[in-house]
Write a protein that binds this ligand. Structure first.
Ligand code: PLP
Length: 406
C-alpha cells in the first residue's frame, strides 16, 4: 500500500503556503523537494560529523569518508550496478555527460566520426557533443520523434553507420514525458560495436532502473531530481569503458603520486573525481536513495502512473489545451500550450498566484522546441507526493488562465 498522506508528511515544504494558497508543487522535473530524512542527514553531517574526506586520519575525517563512500554502494544498489566501482560521483547529469565527452569521446574521435542523438535531448546531452563538433569535426546525427513524441529504437539503430562512435539518448523526455526503450537501443547498438550513453535524469526518478538489464555503457543521474541535494549525482560507467577513459578534471584525490615530471593516477572511479567533492551533498543523496528504495520504486511508479493518467484525462477534457506528446510509453510530465494569445510565462504567473508551481519556457530542449514549432510551453511535472486533488487544482488554475488570458 502506498500511503500518500504519510509520504506527504515526510516533506516539510509541502505544508507551506504560497501566495496564501496551499503549495501545489508541479515543478519536479526541474528539481524535486526534499524529505525530512535528507534535510536531517545534511544537518547532521555538518553539525556532528563534518570533515574533508579521503585525506585525513582523524576521527571526523574517517567518519565523513565512510559515510560518503557508503553512498557509492547505495547508488549501485539503486541502479542495480554490478559493482560500486562502476559508480563515479558527479555534481549532476551535466557533469556526468561532460565527463564522458572529455574523458572518453574526445581522445578517440576523429573528424567525420558520428554521434547519434535524438531531437528530444536536454541541452546537457547536446552541448558537450557540440563541443566535439566544433573542436574535432565530429558530426551530430539527429533522430526525429514521431508526431506523438515516440522515439523508435529502430530509427536510432538505423542512424548508426560505419563512422558512428556513440549513441547518446535520453531515457525519458523532460518535455514530453516519453519513455524511450533504451534497452532495445543498447542491445542493437552493441551488435554494431557502438557504445550507448543514457541520460537517466528524469527516468531514474519515476521508475526502477536496472543498468545491467538496460546494458548501456554510461547511465547518468542527477541527485536534486531524485529528492536529494542539488550538486549531487552519479554516472554508472561499465568497467571496460572506465579503463578506456582519460581523466577529465585534474587535481587532488584523483592521483596516487605527483612528481615534477609526471603523475600516477588513482584507480577508477577515484581517477575521475578531482578536488574536494560535494561531501555532504553525496551523503544527502544516499539518504534520498535509501528513502526511495524504502518506498519502493515500483510502488512510486504505480502511484505516478495513476496520477498521470488522471491528469491526461482531465487535460484532454479541455479542448483549448494542447498537450505536447502522447507517446505510447510516457510518464508524469506534461507540456502544454493554451489556444489563443496566452504565453507560457503568463500562464505560469497566474498559476503561481494560486500556489501552483509549474515551469514555463523551452525546458533546455531547443531542438525539440524547433521540432514542435514552439518557443515555449508550460510544464507540469509530477512526483511521488502529488495527489489527484492537485491535478484538479491545476485544471481549476488553467480554467482561470483561459478566462483571464484567452
Ligand atoms: N537531462 C535531462 C533530461 C534533464 O531533465 C536535466 C535537468 O533538467 C538534465 C539532463 C541536467 O541535469 P542537471 O542540471 O542536474 O545536471
Amino acid at each position: 500500500m502506498y500511503d500518500l498522506s504519510a509520504v506527504r508528511r515526510d516533506f516539510p515544504i509541502l505544508s507551506r503556503k504560497v501566495n496564501g494558497k496551499p503549495l501545489v508543487y508541479l515543478d519536479n522535473g526541474a528539481s524535486a523537494q526534499k524529505p525530512k530524512v535528507v534535510i536531517d542527514t545534511i544537518t547532521r553531517a555538518y553539525a556532528e560529523d563534518y570533515a574533508n574526506v579521503h585525506r585525513g586520519l582523524h576521527t571526523l575525517s574517517t567518519i565523513s569518508t565512510e559515510r560518503y563512500e557508503a553512498v557509492r554502494g547505495t547508488v549501485a544498489r539503486f541502479l542495480n550496478a554490478a559493482s560500486e566501482d562502476e559508480i563515479v560521483f558527479t555534481s549532476g547529469t551535466t557533469e556526468g555527460i561532460n565527463l564522458v565527452a572529455y574523458g572518453w569521446a574526445m581522445p578517440r574521435m576523429e573528424p567525420g566520426d558520428e554521434i547519434v542523438l535524438s531531437v528530444m535531448e536536454h541541452h546537457a546531452n547536446i552541448v558537450p557533443w557540440h563541443f566535439l563538433r566544433e573542436r574535432q569535426g565530429v558530426v551530430l546525427k539527429w533522430v526525429d520523434v514521431d508526431a506523438a513524441g515516440n522515439l523508435d529504437p529502430q530509427a536510432v539503430l538505423d542512424a548508426i553507420g560505419p563512422k558512428t562512435r556513440l549513441v547518446a539518448v535520453t531515457h525519458m523526455s523532460n518535455v514530453l514525458g516519453t519513455v524511450v526503450d533504451v534497452a532495445a537501443i543498447a542491445r542493437g547498438a552493441r551488435q554494431h560495436g557502438v557504445p550507448v550513453l543514457v541520460d537517466g535524469s528524469q527516468a531514474a526518478v519515476h521508475m526502477p532502473v536496472d543498468v545491467q538489464a538496460i546494458g548501456a555503457d554510461f547511465y547518468a543521474i542527477t541527485g536534486h531530481k531524485l529528492y536529494g541535494p542539488s550538486g549531487s549525482g552519479a554516472i554508472h560507467i561499465r568497467k571496460d569503458r572506465m579503463t578506456q577513459m582519460r581523466p577529465f578534471i585534474g587535481g587532488g584525490d584523483m592521483i596516487r603520486e605527483v612528481h615534477k615530471d609526471g603523475v600516477l593516477y588513482n584507480d577508477p572511479p577515484m581517477k575521475f573525481e578531482a578536488g574536494t567533492p560535494g561531501i555532504v551533498e553525496q551523503i544527502g543523496l544516499g539518504a534520498a536513495l535509501d528513502y526511495l528504495m524504502g518506498l519502493g520504486m515500483t510502488r512510486i511508479a504505480e502511484h505516478e502512473r495513476d496520477v498521470a493518467s488522471y491528469a491526461m484525462d482531465r487535460l484532454s477534457g479541455l479542448n483549448w489545451v494542447q498537450v505536447q506528446g502522447r507517446a505510447k510509453q510516457r510518464g508524469a510530465i506534461f507540456s502544454f500550450t493554451l489556444d489563443g494569445p496566452a504565453h507560457a510565462h503568463d500562464i505560469s504567473t497566474v498559476l503561481d498566484k494560486k500556489g501552483i508551481a509549474v515551469r514555463a519556457g523551452q525546458h533546455c530542449a531547443g531542438p525539440l522546441m524547433d521540432r514542435l514549432g514552439l518557443t515555449a510551453t508550460c510544464r507540469a511535472s509530477f512526483g511521488l507526493y502529488n495527489t489527484f486533488e492537485e491535478v484538479d487544482a491545476l485544471i481549476d488554475g488553467l480554467e482561470l488562465c483561459h478566462d483571464l488570458l484567452a
